[in-house]
Ligand binder design. Sequence first.
Ligand code: HEM
Length: 204
Amino acid sequence: MVDSSFVEKNLGPFYRKAQEIWDQLPPKARFRPLEDGKVLARYAPLMEGWVEEVVQGFYDTLFAHPPTRAVFREGERPAREKTLRDWYLRTIRGPFNGQYFAWQALVGLVHVRRGVTNAMMASMWNWLTETVERKAWASLSEGEAQALAEAWRRLAFTVMALIAEEYLEAYLEALAQALGQDPEAFIGRAQAEAARLLEGLTPG
Ligand code: HEM
């Protein structure tokens, strides 16, 4: 099955961006494409059976809370459910290659456009890890459930890092460009300004 929502996009620049973010994550603290990918591939057929529960639960959670509900346009839910369904199935089936991680970085830019904050995104990753873990414990032996929960958790934090970091970079680049400034210089100014603000917090 080909997922048109991301194959149609030119992911070109996002391969490099995803690689740069990936390189910041210590190998012991990030997703392990071979090892974790194998675990996820083993349980993908089982996890496919969870897709509707995951998709409905995800959007019921977002629509039940006014600040997250406010992100969506009237009548948009079916299209968003399809996006999440495609994303979940592509995720559990793998492969965990450059294209997949470039697409995850692109989500950061897409979220900037729609005003989805990283706080909202991270909390839904928490919901997704909890849901997958609960379902794993209900369907598998203790050892298998633990293996699946661990691989899924490492994927969760890694993808969360890609989305969040690209969100910040896209935000800064967009602002710098709108103001006709160089994004690198912009980041330097942010650091200097952060130092100044922190000095202002020092008593006396
Ligand atoms: C686990 C956390 C999340 C993941 C993995 C995720 C993933 C995605 C993906 C894959 C897309 C499509 C990107 C593309 O165009 O190819 C997308 C778009 C979108 N997401 Fe998220 N998302 C997450 C959290 C959220 C939350 C919390 C909200 C709202 C409160 C949200 C709202 C949206 C909207 C409105 C779009 C569509 C943007 C557009 O095309 O105009 N997402 N997300």
